[in-house]
Design a protein around this ligand. Structure first.
Ligand code: ZN
Ligand code: FE
Length: 255
């Protein structure tokens, strides 16, 4: 039975997520940008927190944790590779590890690039992946630590998940990501349509996260570095997708 997934807006543009198993009552929090909104959501729903899954060590993903743990003695899970710079972990995980939330398997994916050690959590039975600052809606995280090849490998792994996977990413950056995407993929009809829908959602104050993987594959330029139309637009026909990805990422950094 799929877990119930709730998006919790935090800080100015972060998202945390709750994944709740109605049968066992177990509830996982993915990232802890800020305690207040997360504790309020748990209280409003009457859910007991059992796990906290951390994606990476940046302050806007972990700073709310101590105040949350004061209320709920949850098991904290994070990357073994980052244990030295994450809050104290009860469980250290690496690529390929699997554990359970309620009855549901959670698979750990290394998605280094934004940071080296960034992990994603894939829930195959709920058709959801928690990607934080790796794959984002119409974007991807900045390369603070990893290089283009590493991020391209990470994004390619995520792109290989089933099309109906819900991409639960860490920030509301979608509108500006869309404006940038139009500069590298201007003829993409799916992208044009998505950008219009995003503008409407934001005008209505609605989040654009999570998003469907199929739509990311059709519109997110960072997943489309192998696409001939984008390559031609960039004057890089037939180039290695890693080089094309690096060009797109560089242009976004200067955008
Ligand atoms: Zn980050
Ligand atoms: Fe972040």
């Amino acid at each position: 039975m799929p877990l119930e997934i709730v998006t919790v807006p935090c800080l100015s543009d972060n998202y945390a997520f709750l994944a709740h198993d109605p049968k066992s009552g177990e509830t996982a929090l993915v990232d802890a940008p800020e305690a207040g909104p997360i504790l309020a959501e748990l209280r409003a729903r009457g859910w007991q927190l059992s796990h906290v899954l951390l994606t990476h060590h940046h302050w806007d993903h972990v700073d709310g944790l101590p105040a949350i743990l004061e209320q709920y003695p949850a098991q904290v899970v994070g990357a073994a590779a980052d244990a030295h710079r994450l809050p104290p972990l009860d469980k250290q995980v690496s690529e390929g590890d699997q554990f359970q939330i309620g009855g549901e398997p959670v698979q750990v994916m290394d998605v280094s690039g934004h940071t080296v050690g960034h992990v994603a959590y894939y829930l195959p039975q709920s058709h959801a992946v928690f990607t934080a600052d790796s794959l984002m809606a119409l974007g991807c995280g900045r390369l603070f630590e990893g290089d283009a090849a590493q991020m391209w490998t990470s994004l390619s792994k995520l792109a290989a998940l089933p099309d109906d996977t819900l991409v639960c990413s860490g920030h509301e950056y979608t509108q500006s990501n869309g404006r940038f995407a139009m500069t590298v993929d201007p003829e993409n009809e799916n992208l044009k349509q998505r950008v219009a829908e995003i503008d409407k959602s934001r005008a209505d104050g609605d989040p654009t996260v999570p998003s469907l993987l199929a739509l990311e594959k059709a519109t997110n330029p960072f997943l489309r570095a192998g696409d001939p139309t984008i390559q031609t637009h960039l004057g890089m026909e037939g180039a290695d997708p890693v080089a094309v990805f690096a060009e797109i990422r560089g242009r976004k950094d200067r955008f």
